[in-house]
Design a protein around this ligand. Structure first.
Ligand code: 5GP
Ligand code: ZN
Length: 136
């Protein structure tokens, strides 16, 4: 994809702070980190969202992500980490080349997780049925 910023990073047309590069995967520092050590992990080939990535490739990318997550924890001395993936604009995806965020987390770093809501009586069962019927 010629107009994709992450494809340009893969091609070396835009510089990046590379952490790990394999045949299929690239991991590099997010330019605007939530916490220092925030890494993005991408398939080098252009796919837009999680479900666009072929299963074989996805498993290799996730395996590499696991390796990098351990390295991030060790290097930043984090207490934990979030793995986040935004899929589609409504979920906050800005760069339309599928990517996982690894965000190192520290006790008291002040970031909250999203708030939980409640189901009305009987609503959870109906939502469960709707989703179950779509599982292919
Ligand atoms: P999204 O909201 O699409 O899940 O996240 C895109 C991420 O890519 C953001 O966290 C943003 O800081 C990062 N990003 C955008 N442009 C660049 C870039 O040119 N280089 C790097 N290293 N990260 C970028
Ligand atoms: Zn791309």
């Amino acid at each position: 994809m010629t107009d994709c910023i992450f494809c340009k990073i893969v091609a070396g047309d835009i510089p990046s702070s590379k952490i790990l590069e394999t045949e299929n995967t690239l991991a590099f520092l997010d330019i605007s980190p939530v916490n220092k050590g925030h890494v993005l992990v991408i398939p080098k080939e252009h796919y837009e969202t999680l479900t666009d990535i072929p299963d074989d490739l996805l498993s290799l990318v996730v395996k590499d992500m696991k390796k990098v997550a351990v390295a991030v924890m060790m290097a930043t001395k984090a207490d934990g980490y979030n793995i986040q993936m935004n899929n589609y604009a409504s979920a906050g995806q800005v760069v339309m080349h599928a990517h996982f965020h690894i965000v190192p987390r520290f006790k008291g770093d002040g970031f909250e997780l999203w708030p939980g809501r409640e189901y009305e009586c009987g609503e959870a069962e109906s939502v469960m049925d709707d989703i179950k019927s779509e599982v292919k």
